[in-house]
Write a protein that binds this ligand. Structure first.
Ligand code: ADP
Ligand code: SF4
Length: 685
């Protein structure tokens, strides 16, 4: 039964000529699938509709080869040949009674057209926003006319593909229409540049063109970034962001408003809390009678209701919350809001698009596997014959395997050596900014602790003898991994013998509280050769002790991989603001009392850096001793012994969750050994 407090979320909303059945709106978001994996894309979107999202949008869809984002897997509507792939999306969405929206885009100087080899286009001559040594040419009036036609053609094709809502998009600093709006990018002196009215002209024209072309049956949505968080150097919600909405207030059928660029729109939980966009977008409704959708990593139905009843939004927009839990609306509708699998705000999903592969999600292991492996985020088929599974280790891999097997009706026994569930997730969630990561543990525990077919044991370190004596049919070793103390990582492939010539703590020691108990007061060196988030988080933890902290990395910037999660700039800024000394492109090459010797990665030039305590963050070793011990013993009485998660191969938390799910689905016979492929093609002349 639905809680009456949430009724407002299930009211239909008229959007121009179409009506959505509720206020849950999956805004456009990338998937890393797009035109290159159209079956996977369609199935993924269809499941969102099945889960109750009233509107399900595509990702950005390129309208012309002059906007070619190769190698990234976005949507594509260059010509009629792209219609069938998008038709699969609309059919999948309509099958569950939802509306399908398409976000058309021309990326202007954001695309470098690697495959089409055409010259990028921009309001004014501009360097490419990518790393490529390419420039965009300034559009002539005839180019502007062409662009308007391409947009109309794409809108008509979108209609033929069955979409209900079509976007005119000016966001993320990735859209030609936004480039025309911004004086930073638009240096023209004709009717399309200079004054506010002139810079607005093309946006206004394209909205009108789209309305004329398809507005009889399709709703026209405008996606506008109202603030760029750049102060006076960019668009501000209380200056031109406000003025654009005021000038075009009644022109579209729907306003989808957010922040630009993408790193501001999709901020992680490390840096922002739920609802972080509302201070910037909350004004929009006061200027228009049209429905307004906005985002802010909303996972709590109470926060969603407040956005509606306080008059900030008409529709609750979501990208990441709908990825982590495609059934979020369904759960609220059926009084199951406690079972929402809340997004942890880690942006591993974003890294999929940024590395041009189908995305994965830390919380939802089925993401990207709905078509390829037939996985569903909610449904696990119950099996008649129950076996007993002993799962050793209660981290993300063990918990995910346990809850998937339990859902299928298997007998699950879960043994954890420590006094807490969650393994690395629990340890890392105690570090600065990462508390939301505990949701990975909490969602799984909630199911496990109430399931009748699950027994759970804390304080239960298992030996090989214990396991052999236990009598389980299947043994699953989810015993995790430990951080190395010898410096081996991406840069140093053999142990650094000098590291122990002074006090040293591994990240595991720090997470166990060693830093708080350390009697030292001298400088702490973090040596980060892992190059993702943990080194920087430990640097913050070290700085919180009041000691001098020096962050040394062979990489050319702090935490380079966090560029894929849109966090790199914020991480480096935060370290600078906390007074942490940063030394990039620097190797560790020696250690004596009170100092380390470092060397430039390019020249080898050495110098000394004061260091009382050294914390190397380099790579991890699997805790696979039990596996080797069992392999050396007679295990004939056990049907299978399998290592999963970090114990099998250390990686991201998302990979451990995936590994746990994969193990369970394979053991249950619910997944094909050979995943389906769509990157194989018929020969063409
Ligand atoms: P993963 O990410 O693969 O789930 P974690 O390191 O997060 O790995 O979790 C592994 C868990 O396994 C830890 O909580 C650890 O205490 C537990 N563990 C390790 N060895 C044993 C053992 N022999 N018996 C029981 N639990 C163990
Ligand atoms: Fe949320 Fe992380 Fe999943 Fe993305 S990967 S949807 S941020 S939990």
């Amino acid at each position: 039964m639905r809680d009456a407090r949430y009724d407002v979320l299930f009211e239909p909303v008229q959007i121009g000529p179409v009506k959505t059945r509720n206020r849950f709106y999956q805004v456009p978001h990338c998937t890393g699938m797009g035109y290159r994996y159209p079956n996977a894309e369609a199935r993924f979107r269809g499941i969102k509709a099945e889960g109750g999202w009233g509107v399900v949008s595509t990702q950005e869809v390129e309208i012309h080869p002059t906007s070619d984002l190769t190698p990234y897997n976005e949507g594509r509507l260059w010509d009629d040949r792209d219609i069938p792939a998008l038709e699969m999306v609309t059919e999948a969405v309509h099958a569950h009674g939802s509306l399908a929206a398409i976000q058309l885009v021309h990326n202007g100087h954001h695309s470098s057209n690697r495959m089409s080899r055409l010259s990028p286009m921009a309001p004014s001559v501009a360097a490419s926003a990518s790393m490529d040594p390419v420039q965009a040419r300034a559009m002539s009036l005839s180019d502007i006319k062409d662009f308007r036609k391409w947009h109309v053609d794409a809108a008509r094709r979108a209609k033929r593909a069955g979409f209900d809502i079509v976007y005119v998009y000016a966001g993320h600093d990735m859209s030609l229409l936004q480039h025309f709006l911004l004086s930073r990018h638009n240096h023209r002196s004709d009717d399309y540049g200079g004054s506010f009215t002139n810079r607005l002209r093309l946006f206004r024209e394209v909205i009108a063109d789209t309305k004329d072309a398809v507005g009889d049956s399709m709703a026209i949505a405008v996606r506008l970034a109202v603030d760029e968080l750049m102060g006076e150097d960019g668009l501000r919600h209380d200056v031109e962001g406000h003025d654009i909405i005021a000038a075009l207030a009644e022109e579209p059928d729907l306003w989808d408003v957010n922040l630009s660029d993408w790193s501001n729109d999709s901020q992680t939980a490390r840096f922002t809390a739920e609802g972080y966009q509302n201070p910037y977008t909350g004004f929009v409704k006061s200027l228009t009678s049209k429905p307004v959708v906005g985002v802010g990593r909303y996972t709590s139905p109470d926060a969603m209701v407040a956005m509606i009843t306080q008059g900030h939004l008409d529709l609750i927009g979501a990208a990441r919350p709908s990825i982590a839990d495609p059934f979020l609306p369904h759960k609220i509708e059926h009084g199951l809001q406690d079972q929402i699998r809340e997004c942890i705000g880690c942006n591993i999903c974003v890294s999929g698009d940024n590395t041009a592969v189908p995305m994965r999600c830390t919380q939802n292991p089925a993401v990207g596997e709905e078509w390829r492996r037939g996985w569903h985020p909610e449904h696990v088929v119950r099996t008649d014959d129950a076996a007993t599974y002993l799962i050793v280790g209660g981290g993300p891999a063990g918990l995910e395997a346990a809850q998937t097997l339990a859902k299928a009706g298997q007998n699950v026994k879960l043994a954890e050596a420590g006094g807490d569930w969650g393994g690395r997730v629990t340890r890392e969630a105690r570090l600065p900014g990462l508390s939301a990561w505990g949701r990975v543990r909490d969602w799984r525990l909630q199911h496990l602790t109430t399931a009748a077919n699950v027994e759970m044991y804390l304080h239960s370190p298992m030996t090989a003898e214990d396991i052999l004596a236990f009598g389980a049919d299947h043994v699953v070793l989810a015993t995790g991994a430990r951080w190395r103390d010898d410096g081996v990582g991406k840069t140093h492939r053999v142990p650094l013998g000098f590291l122990r010539k002074g006090p040293l703590m591994t990240p595991d020691d720090v997470m166990a509280g060693a830093l708080r108990e350390d009697a030292g007061s001298g400088p702490i060196v973090i040596y980060d050769d892992d190059q993702f988030y943990l080194g920087s988080v430990l640097a913050e933890a070290a700085a919180a002790t009041g000691r001098e902290v020096i962050f040394i990395t062979p990489a050319s910037m702090v935490a380079p991989w966090s560029d894929h999660t849109l966090e790199q700039m914020r991480i480096q800024k935060q370290l600078i603001e906390k007074g942490i000394t940063i030394m990039t492109s620097t190797l560790l090459s020696g250690r004596d009392a009170g100092q380390v010797t470092v060397a430039c990665v390019y020249s080898g030039q050495q110098h000394h850096v004061p260091a009382e305590l050294l914390i190397p963050v380099t790579s991890r070793l699997p805790n696979d001793e039990l596996l080797h011990q069992l392999n050396a013993r007679n295990t004939d009485a056990i049907t299978s012994v399998t290592a999963i998660g970090d114990a099998y191969s250390p990686g991201l938390i998302a990979m451990a969750v995936y590994s746990g799910h994969d193990y369970a689905m394979t053991a249950l016979g619910h997944t094909a050994a050979d995943p389906r492929r769509e990157d194989v093609v018929a020969r063409q002349d």
